[in-house]
Every structure is written in C-alpha cells, then in structure tokens.
Design a binder for this molecule. Structure first.
Ligand code: AFP
Length: 322
C-alpha cells in the first residue's frame, strides 16, 4: 500500500501543501490517541463553557481544538486559522501561504457514547497581501479550496481527502504510524435507496422537503416505486463517510425550529469541505437553490442548507423545490 506523501506527489500536489497536510495529520494522530484514551484520561463530558455558537463545549472539543490550533500556528505554513471552537479567526504567520478552517471534533454529542466522531478541515491559499489578522482571508468560495478532508476516529482511524484529483481513502497504520492509501478515486453511486436526515425535525421543514421525504417513506407504495432505508449517525463525518462508501443522500434542510437560525451546518468547516469530497467522488453537493461551493462566505461561522450525495437522488430531491 502506498504511503501518503508519494500518493500526493503522484497527484502533483505542491511540496508546501504536502508539508501542511502532514502537519494537520500529525495533529489528527494525537487526537486519535486522546479519543481512544478519553475515558481513562478524564476527558469525557462537558466543560462549563459554551462556544460562540451557544453550544456547550465537550472536554475533548477543547483538547482537540488546542492541539490543532497550536500545531498549525507553529508550523509557519499557515497565515490564519478559523475553527468551530474559536470566536474569530486567529492570525498565524504573515508569510504563511495557506488558511485553514476546521471543526476539531465533529459529532460532539457522540463522544460520551463512544460513537463516531471526526475532524474536518478545509484549506485555501491565503489572499496575497492581506493581513493575517483580517478575517476577509476566509471570505473565499468553496470552489477555491486546494484541499479538504476529514479524519474519522472509528474502528480504524481513516483519512478521506481530496486535493482536486479525486477523493481518496487512507487508513492510519499504527504499526508504522502513518496513513496508507487504501482506495483511490472513490465514486459515489449515482442511485441510492438510503437517506440520512434528522426525522425529528420533520414538522419544521419547508413543504418541498416534507413532500420529498414523505415520498421516500412511502417506498414502493408511493411515486418513487422503491423502498428506502434511513440512517442517521448525528455526526456529519460518519454520515458522509457512509455516502462516499456506498451512496446515499444526506440532508440537513432549512427548518423553522429556531426561526432566527434556519440552517444547522456550518459552511466553512462542514459543508464546503464535504462538498469538495463529494463532488470529487462524482456526487452533488447543493442547497435548494444552488451549488454549495459557489456561495460567497460572509462569516466564518455562517450556516447553510445542505443536500448532498448520490447525484440522481440529489436531483430528485431538488425537483421538489422547482
Ligand atoms: P456538533 O459536533 O457541533 O455537536 O454537531 C454535529 C453536527 O453539526 C453534524 O455533524 C451532524 O450532522 C449534526 O450536527 C447532527 O445534528 P442533530 O443534533 O440534529 O442530530
């Protein structure tokens, strides 16, 4: 099996980006270890703090964020970072060529039940001549990402990453301590009979999504003429990993549960990187009105509607909005 660096060189990834990716992965190896030892190391449960989004921070959220932040800011490769757990962007090295957005531990509610969690990251080139302190560094569309990926801390620690030449799977080999390429150019099947949505929000969805899901649930007795199964891991990393592995549609649609917050998922460190991975694997990543990666970001924590996965099923869903 091929090691990470030669696999990246095969895709003509520039050396400075390879160095940054290796830095990110050094942090994920440490997080993987801490996750596996969380119960033994007193890292289960919550802190007394909330992040800027009003979510209670888990102890592991804080540890993972500090690890990621420190290693990136000390690397010299990074002009600025933005994280789910930081109020604002944080300046790095003014000569750093890249900016990195990340969710250090996605699926925090799964920590205490020993279920799937992961780290999501998205890399853009820094805007030339823009100050490291300027949050405008992060106002770049998803289609300008030079790399995106996640590391899933599951039964095996897996890296799923794209640099724009397909989406590839790697597994952390603990015998030599590096990530090995296990699957190149993963493809999301165009058709599926599996959907992922938090059904408890059904009454808050807009009518097109209500109608679409009703038709899926009707199965072979309804207009779709086939049965669908449902899965919900409550961690986007887990749900998207399943979609990349065997197809499916994943959606977190607009809802009116909290009228001041119609969307749940964050554009910069959840939707954009996952969109890059899904599109590079032949899937679609959309809102009900357009492509996620074409959105002009206005805030590092902005939220967005997400409908992504198997291309024919995403098209089928979007047809209800027309
Ligand atoms: P946190 O990691 O911030 O707790 O949230 C995870 C997440 O943003 C995403 O990974 C899941 O798909 C989604 O929330 C789960 O949402 P529900 O709480 O509605 O199940």
């Amino acid at each position: 099996m091929q090691r990470l660096a030669p696999a990246l060189r095969q895709d003509n990834v520039p050396l400075d980006l390879i160095s940054l990716i290796k830095t990110i992965l050094a942090a994920t190896k440490e997080i993987s270890f801490r996750v596996s030892q969380a119960h033994l190391g007193g890292l289960m449960g919550s802190t007394l703090d909330e992040n800027i989004q009003g979510e209670v921070q888990k102890k592991l959220d804080v540890v993972a964020n500090e690890l990621f932040k420190d290693i990136l800011l000390e690397s010299g490769f990074v002009r600025a970072i933005s994280s789910e757990e930081e109020d604002t962007s944080v300046a790095g090295d003014q000569n750093g060529k890249f900016v990195v957005s990340f969710d250090p531990l996605d699926g925090s509610s799964n920590i205490d039940i020993n279920s799937l969690i992961g780290t999501i990251f998205s890399i853009h080139e820094a805007i030339p001549d823009m100050d490291a302190e300027d949050p405008g560094q992060f106002q770049q569309q998803g289609n300008k990402q030079v790399c995106a990926g996640y590391v899933l801390y599951g039964p095996s620690t897996m890296l799923v990453m794209t640099t724009g030449s397909g989406t590839h799977f790697y597994v952390l080999d603990r015998t030599h301590g590096g990530y090995l390429l296990v699957e190149r150019n993963v493809q999301v099947p165009k058709d599926t009979q599996e959907f992922a949505i938090n059904m408890s929000n059904q009454r808050f969805w807009q009518e097109p999504m209500q109608n679409y899901i009703n038709d899926l649930v009707a199965g072979d007795t309804g207009p779709r003429g086939k049965n669908f199964n449902m899965r919900w891991i409550a961690a986007m990393v887990g749900d998207i990993h399943r979609v990349l592995t065997r197809g499916g549609i994943f959606t977190y649609p607009a809802d009116s549960k909290k009228p001041e917050q119609p969307y749940k998922l964050r554009l910069m460190y959840e939707a954009n990187p996952m969109s890059f991975l899904i599109e590079q694997a032949g899937g679609l990543a959309m809102t009900s009105t357009g492509r996620i990666m074409d959105i002009d970001p206005t805030d590092i924590h902005q939220r967005v509607e997400v409908i992504m996965g198997s291309s024919n099923e995403v098209e089928a869903c979007l047809s209800y909005y027309k």
